[in-house]
Design a protein. Structure first.
Length: 153
C-alpha cells in the first residue's frame, strides 16, 4: 500500500495592510455626517433654574425658539427679540415658523411637534404670552420651557 504524507500545518494570516485605511474612512465619514449645532444663537441666554426636570424621548420632534435681548444691540436694538432657525421673527411670523416645522415632519408626527422656548431671565412675560397665543391659533399645543439644572431649594 502507498503511504500518504501528512501536509504541513499551514497558517493563514488575515491581511491587515488596509485596516488603517478603513479606520480613517470611517473617521472621515462620521466627521462629515455629524451635526453639532443646528442654529447659531443670536440672543443673550440666561436660562432660569428648574425645580423639576424631565427628559425628552424624541428630540427630532422639538423645534427651538429663543427669546432675549440681541447680542448686537446696534444692529438689532435692545428690546427682546424672538429667534427661530437662525433668523429673527416677529410675533406674526410664529404661525409661519410652526407651519414650516410641521411641514418637515411625517403626517403622523405633526401633532406631536413640541416647541421649546428658551427665554432669558430678564425677558418680560408679555412676549411669552403673545407667543403662546399665536401657538394656539395654529393649534400647536405642546410647549416646553427650557431650564437649567435643578435649583437648590
Amino acid at each position: 500500500m502507498a503511504k500518504f504524507k501528512k501536509k504541513a500545518n499551514i497558517t493563514q494570516d488575515i491581511p491587515t495592510a488596509s485596516l488603517p485605511d478603513i479606520i480613517f474612512m470611517l473617521l472621515f465619514f462620521f466627521m462629515v455626517t455629524t451635526v453639532l449645532r443646528e442654529s447659531t444663537i443670536m440672543v443673550k441666554q440666561s436660562i432660569p433654574k428648574a425645580t423639576q426636570l424631565r427628559k425628552l424621548e424624541q428630540k427630532k420632534l422639538v423645534s427651538y425658539m429663543y427669546v432675549g435681548k440681541p447680542n448686537d444691540p446696534k444692529k438689532f436694538g435692545s428690546e427682546p427679540r424672538i429667534q427661530a432657525n437662525d433668523a429673527f421673527i416677529d410675533i406674526d411670523g410664529i404661525i409661519q415658523f410652526i407651519e414650516e416645522e410641521k411641514g418637515k415632519l411625517a403626517e403622523s408626527e405633526k401633532e406631536q411637534l413640541t416647541i421649546s422656548l428658551k427665554v432669558d431671565d430678564e425677558t418680560k412675560m408679555g412676549i411669552v404670552v403673545d407667543i403662546t397665543q399665536k401657538m394656539r391659533d395654529v393649534n400647536a399645543r405642546k410647549l416646553m420651557y427650557a431650564a437649567g439644572k435643578k435649583a437648590e431649594l
